[in-house]
Ligand binder design. Structure first.
Ligand SMILES: Nc1ncnc2c1ncn2[C@@H]1O[C@H](COP(=O)(O)OP(=O)(O)OP(=O)(O)O)[C@@H](O)[C@H]1O
Ligand SMILES: [Mg+2]
Length: 195
């Protein structure tokens, strides 16, 4: 439509036409997101395992997200290069969903923290924000597919995260209080030669 209208000078310069085309563009982008989210939710395959350095996955996650200015990102990946046996693309998707949720919840001037803590045979990645947190009722439903409180949300982000982590036999937990921020923690098994 755009290219055909461009050939018609009277229509091409009509402000209403430009406005409606812009609205259609935006709606198509939203539809694409919903369809893409639904497809990735229904097609989560079994993990394609590879041994990777955890901090590399976290770094490439953060570098792929355009976090708005005004939010401070504190990354503390801990010491050493811990190895985990995961599907790196699936794990990147999990961290991306959690970090995007965290910054969407965080107001300007807030802080988003990614902390890695190693335990004996596992490693925890905590994504903390200084947003409004969630009520106990909210916490009961956030992992349900299509639950969203956002105007343009699909409500599949956390459902995908949970499915991926469950398929890895790992753990995803959330701790939050209303008005006192939220922390999502992924616990992965550390790689050992016997695996
Ligand atoms: N860090 C957070 N702080 C406060 N509320 C959160 C946080 N993360 C998730 N939520 C709540 O959980 C809901 C579900 O999150 P989920 O990621 O599944 O979907 P969404 O972000 O709404 O949409 P999308 O599918 O585009 O990710 C959110 O709409 C929000 O209400
Ligand atoms: Mg989300």
């Amino acid at each position: 439509m755009k290219s055909r209208l461009a050939k018609n000078e009277a229509l091409a310069t009509e402000p209403k036409v430009a406005e409606y085309l812009q609205i259609m563009d935006e709606r198509i982008t939203q539809c694409n997101k919903i369809i893409g989210d639904l497809i990735s939710f229904t097609r989560i395959s079994s993990p394609n395992y590879t041994v990777v350095i955890l901090s590399n996955v976290l770094e490439s996650t953060l570098s792929g997200i355009d976090i708005p200015g005004g939010i401070t990102v504190v990354d503390n990946y801990g010491q050493g290069s811990m190895e985990v046996r995961v599907d790196p693309l699936q794990l990147l998707k999990v961290f991306t969903n959690l970090i995007v949720n965290a910054y969407e919840a965080t107001l300007e001037g807030g802080e988003l923290t990614v902390v890695v803590t190693s335990k004996e045979s596992s490693v925890e990645e905590a994504i903390k924000d200084t947003g409004p947190g969630m009520s106990p009722e909210g916490l009961e439903v956030i992992f349900e597919p299509l639950y969203t409180t956002k105007i343009q949300g699909t409500g599949l982000g956390l459902a995908v995260c949970q499915q991926v982590i469950t398929k890895h036999n790992d753990r995803l937990e959330v701790h939050s209080k209303v008005g006192v921020a939220a922390t999502f923690t992924v616990t992965l098994s550390l790689f050992s030669e016997s695996q």
